[in-house]
Write a new protein. Structure first.
Length: 191
């Protein structure tokens, strides 16, 4: 299965992605992780991306597309993958559709982890990451609301969206994720 997990910063995507890749036995494609690895390695791409990431802004599409295309073409992604952090904008979603279309592939389902904004801020204050200072975090949330949230409607119209409550323990949320997968599978069989 080719699944996208969408949620605002601090929604707990990382934890659920780890569980999902074990459950689905597919590779985890996190553009944020790929970019952080490039920054750590000090590559030209990493240097170019670091500035945007530190400001809580999106990295330009050509770089993201390059990373994702290379990864999607790898043999281990042939039977599926879990996309995390991509697509993040409507143009990126269109690019992904094109990329998959050309390879006779498609997105099977999109799972939204829904968490209220107050809870996100509360969680952010309890954890520590470089791009987590309150001002930058607020920018990342705003970027989610303005640029990424429209994707929910995009996939809903295609009948591919399953929204789940992102509040609760990791186990409770993962049970909802599994239930959402079952629904998506059933609906895709019914066409
Ligand atoms: P994440 O770990 O997904 O929250 O991503 C961390 C940061 O990497 C984001 O705040 C963006 O600066 C950048 N980033 C990750 N994925 C994308 C994407 N699909 N498009 C643009 N920028 C991205």
């Amino acid at each position: 299965m080719r699944i996208i997990l969408i949620g605002p910063p601090g929604a707990g995507k990382g934890t659920q992605c780890q569980r999902l890749v074990d459950y689905l036995r597919v590779p985890h494609l996190s553009t944020g992780e790929m970019l952080r690895a490039a920054v750590r390695a000090g590559t030209a791409e990493g240097l170019a991306a670091a500035h945007f990431m530190a400001q809580g802004q999106l990295v330009p599409d050509p770089m993201i597309l390059g990373l994702v295309t290379k990864r999607l073409e790898a043999a281990d992604c042939r039977d599926g993958c879990l996309l995390d952090g991509f697509p993040r904008t409507l143009p990126q979603a269109a690019m992904l559709d094109d990329l998959l279309d050309c390879r006779a592939m498609s997105v099977d389902g999109v799972i939204e982890l829904a968490v209220p904004r107050d809870e996100l801020v509360h969680r952010m204050l309890a954890r520590k990451r470089e791009d987590d200072n309150p001002e930058i975090f607020a920018k990342r949330i705003a970027s989610f609301e303005v640029q990424t949230a429209p994707l929910l409607d995009y996939y809903k119209r295609q009948g591919k969206l399953a929204s789940i409550d992102g509040l609760g323990t990791a186990d409770e949320i993962f049970n909802r994720v599994r239930e959402a997968l079952r629904r998506l599978k059933r609906d895709s069989y019914q066409g």
